[in-house]
Design a protein around this ligand. Structure first.
Ligand SMILES: Cc1ncc(COP(=O)(O)O)c(C=O)c1O
Length: 467
């Protein structure tokens, strides 16, 4: 009889994906300007390190918040003993206000409807436990965040059925793609319990349109299923179009007290917008009080520590600070994203036009030796081992078109990004693909670059020049 559980020994954790393997390679040989200048540069980590100075300067001005003090008195004992899974009321209030502020105060959130979790990872899994049985399915548009294979499926036994989106319309969700995914699930006898989207998208770095959000609400109303909107990147939207939360669309349709109202759930976290993944602060927001009650009980398995709640309730209640932080962080992200886009452009590489996130969705289809995922892996390995950049291949995000890569830009210094782009440029210049003459290659890259970087039109693989 096996001594370990099937869960412990199965491979459904998804952590053998190239997404995580790239991190492992980076760990073995991490770049450091002084100690290891030839090491691997980490561009596969969606971390926001651009605004730490703002957080640090707030902490320096407010030492009591981190020093467990209230009105000059120590509250160490109070915090050490606090263990109510409903969370600190002051923190929940500050958090919902921050969520509303990020959404331009077009929607408000009731603190009684939030559940605190140890990051969005825990929030998404908890929602799976609340909404689905083992063997039920959730539909997810591709490409999607590789961690979902672990977070949604591993411990819950829930299945993911992809909604295939393509470059022909900038990977937007269509009614037919939704229907095909739904039918596909039914064909293999999976009961569909909902759709989960990430808005803004990881890995695309784009926000969803109002039409897409409307389409999703119509779809879940028609099929009588749930919708989860993971809005972890909502505070990273640095240029137009502006971010539209699913809650804003829902409110505008005014379906209060209808079943759809109770079937839309939002996931949020401070890991990206505030750059605090180590603090493990996540949120489930739901209009359904049964889900809120069940998820609150489940949150016992992954609470946010009381000193973290205390510190952040002071920080997020400081409206002057949050306003300045949001605005400066946007500007810094925008500047950094354009540095990446122009660096890629110099290497004759284009990317999907984006307005959010900590990464770009980069088009390297023209660098593939053939239009296959084997060729994508071949290119990825060369980029990791020879060029020494850890980026994430599209296949790890379940993209259906080979040749796309997610490249992060906010977890390093500007100089490191510059070096990464120099390495990439040298690599591209020294590579001749498919025996094409250098000039042919340059011409076709120029064509792709114009179309992708500036987002003038969108090529599908079929539209490409023959190799
Ligand atoms: C879309 C998405 N959801 C959830 C997570 C997990 O975030 P957290 O650190 O809050 O658990 C990530 C992290 O990259 C993400 O990109």
């Amino acid at each position: 009889m096996p001594l370990l559980s099937r869960k412990a020994t199965c491979s459904f954790h998804g952590q053998d994906s190239s997404y995580f393997l790239g991190w492992q390679e980076y760990e073995k040989n991490p770049y450091d300007e002084v100690k290891n200048p030839k090491g691997i540069i980490q561009m596969g980590l969606a971390e926001n390190q651009l605004s730490f100075d703002l957080l640090e300067s707030w902490m320096a001005k407010n030492p009591g918040a981190a020093g467990f003090e209230r009105d000059g008195q120590s509250i160490f004992r109070e915090l050490a003993l606090f263990q109510d899974y409903h969370g600190l009321p002051a923190f929940k209030k500050a958090l919902v206000d921050f969520m509303a502020e990020i959404r331009g105060n077009k929607v408000t959130f009731d603190p009684n409807h939030i559940v605190l979790t140890a990051g969005a990872t825990s929030a998404n899994e908890t929602l799976m436990f609340c909404l689905a049985e083992q063997g039920d399915a959730f539909l997810l548009p591709t490409p999607y965040y590789p961690g979902f294979d672990r977070d949604l499926k591993w411990r819950t036994g829930v299945e993911i059925v992809p909604i295939h989106c393509t470059s022909s319309n900038r990977f937007q969700i269509t009614a037919s793609a939704l229907e095909v995914a739904y039918q596909q699930a039914q064909k293999v006898k999976l009961r569909v319990k909902g759709v989960l989207v990430t808005n803004p998208s990881n890995p695309l770095g784009t926000t969803m349109t109002r039409d897409e959000l409307d389409l999703l609400i119509n779809f879940i109303a028609d099929k009588e299923i749930h919708l989860i909107s993971d809005e972890i990147y909502s505070g990273t939207v640095f240029s137009s179009p502006a971010f539209v939360s699913i809650m804003e669309v829902l409110k505008d349709r005014n379906p209060k007290n209808t079943e759809v109202w109770d079937r839309v759930h939002v996931v949020y976290s401070l890991s990206k917008d505030l750059g605090l993944p180590g603090f493990r602060v996540g949120v489930i927001y739901s209009n359904d009080s049964i889900i809120v009650a069940a998820a609150t009980k489940m949150s016992s398995f992954g609470l946010v520590s009381s000193q973290t709640q205390y510190l952040l309730s002071a920080m997020l209640s400081d409206k002057k600070f949050t306003k300045e932080y949001i605005s400066k962080n946007h500007k810094r992200l925008q500047k950094r994203q354009s540095k990446l886009v122009s660096g890629l452009e110099k290497a004759s590489i284009g990317c999907l036009k984006s307005n959010a996130g900590l990464f770009c969705w980069v088009d390297m289809r023209h660098l593939l030796s053939s239009n296959t995922f084997e060729a994508e892996m071949e290119l990825w390995k060369r980029i990791v081992y020879d060029v020494k950049l850890n980026i994430s291949p599209g296949s790890s995000c379940h993209c259906t078109e080979p040749g796309w890569f997610r490249v992060c830009f906010a977890d390093m210094s500007e100089d490191t990004l510059k070096l990464a782009m120099q390495r990439l440029k040298s690599f591209v210049s020294s590579t001749t693909i498919n025996n094409r003459s250098h000039q042919d290659l340059k011409n076709s890259r120029r064509k792709l670059r114009t179309e992708w970087v500036f987002g003038l039109s969108f090529l599908s693989l079929n539209d490409r020049e023959p190799d």
